[in-house]
Ligand binder design. Structure first.
Ligand code: FAD
Length: 301
């Protein structure tokens, strides 16, 4: 049955399938064992791939640029559907930009700058895709996807394409209706404002400079590991708890930004999970605050 599934999937996806692909090659944490099958389908091939997964009862997951996920070292017994270069067209119409879900936030920000469009500078240094960015309602420096999105094309679990307007998306801090309704973001439309190119560039440079100053960008990570607790900052609580530099195996709490768990030396997924639990326990013990991970976990831990 499984061989038949793979054969049928392979004949559906023009770029082919990769078996036992290591997920550490596709995540910014550089952690993760093999998935059963890895595919990078074109947009029109995605419904067919999902239908096949459903027909054979094979689990699947959507991957953007892998910048907010932790895959288990045991891997993922299912199909990883990458939204990447096969779905990354960006078009501009006056102040409106529409991008395929796999377009990077950086590429969309660059396109906005080139066209003198302001309002997306906040996203230029977030290392994800625009599809993943909308799914997570990514944000930084006072801006978030919620502020700029107009609509999105999405696919439901039956393979139907639907359009969601912003008010249908239930966007709030690192939350969206796409998570709750199990929708795949296929493309995203944002509306920006006409602006001055030099000012747009200066703002992007400022934000990216602040990132370089404050974040451990020289180590693999998934960015801020924990969500911001109500009225507080995860990084500050972790620092105040005396956990800067705390290490488990190859994983460490960054001393530069305590909200980041970094892969300093071939960390395993278990190292990261154990470190996460130590941090959560200590912060709970000292401050009574529950830290909830922002990072999404895939596979069994
Ligand atoms: C150094 C660093 C800095 C970061 N800074 C920030 C920051 O300032 N602000 C911020 O918000 N985040 C930040 N992040 C986290 C991350 O970049 C964002 O959450 C980003 O939006 C994730 O996009 P992605 O394409 O990498 O998603 P992935 O990591 O590939 O996926 C994340 C989740 O989204 C789902 N997903 C991805 N694409 C789709 C799709 N098309 N349809 C449906 N589901 C999808 C996945 O299944 C998964 O559950 C940072 C990460 C790093 C490594």
């Amino acid at each position: 049955m499984y061989e038949e599934f793979k054969e049928r999937l392979e004949s559906t996806i023009s770029t082919g399938i990769i078996e036992n692909e290591l997920m550490n090659r596709h995540t910014t944490f550089k952690v993760g064992g093999p998935c059963s099958v890895f595919i990078s389908p074109k947009k029109n091939e995605i419904p067919k791939a999902i239908k096949l997964c459903q027909e054979y009862d094979v689990p699947y997951i959507i991957l953007g640029r892998g910048s907010n996920v932790l895959f288990s070292d045991k891997g993922y017994d299912g199909v990883v559907i990458e939204m990447g270069e096969a779905n990354n067209d960006i078009t501009v119409d006056d102040t409106v930009i529409t991008a395929g879900a796999g377009a990077t936030l950086a590429a969309v920000a660059m396109k906005a700058y080139e066209n003198g469009l302001a309002g997306f500078e906040f996203a230029s240094g977030i290392p994800g895709s625009i599809g993943g960015g909308l799914y997570m309602n990514a944000g930084a420096y006072g801006g978030e996807m919620k502020d700029v999105v107009v609509s999105a094309e999405a696919m439901d679990i039956n393979g139907n394409l639907i359009t969601l307007e912003r008010e249908d998306m239930d966007l709030s801090y690192r939350h969206s209706a796409f998570m709750v309704r199990d929708l795949i973001v296929m493309s995203v439309t944002i509306r920006l404002n006409k602006g001055d190119k030099a000012e747009i560039k200066a703002l992007m440079d400022d934000f990216n400079g602040r990132r370089r100053d404050k974040q451990p960008l020289n180590y693999p990570s998934a960015g801020s590991f924990f969500k911001r607790p109500e009225g507080n900052y995860a990084g500050k609580l972790i620092e105040d708890a005396g956990l800067a530099g705390l290490r488990v195996g190859g994983a460490a709490v960054s001393s530069k930004h305590c909200g980041f768990i970094i892969n300093v030396d071939n960390a395993t997924s278990d190292d990261i999970i154990e470190l996460m639990k130590k941090v959560q326990n200590e912060v709970k013990k000292q401050f009574g605050v529950d830290l909830e991970p922002e990072v999404k976990f895939v596979g069994s831990f």
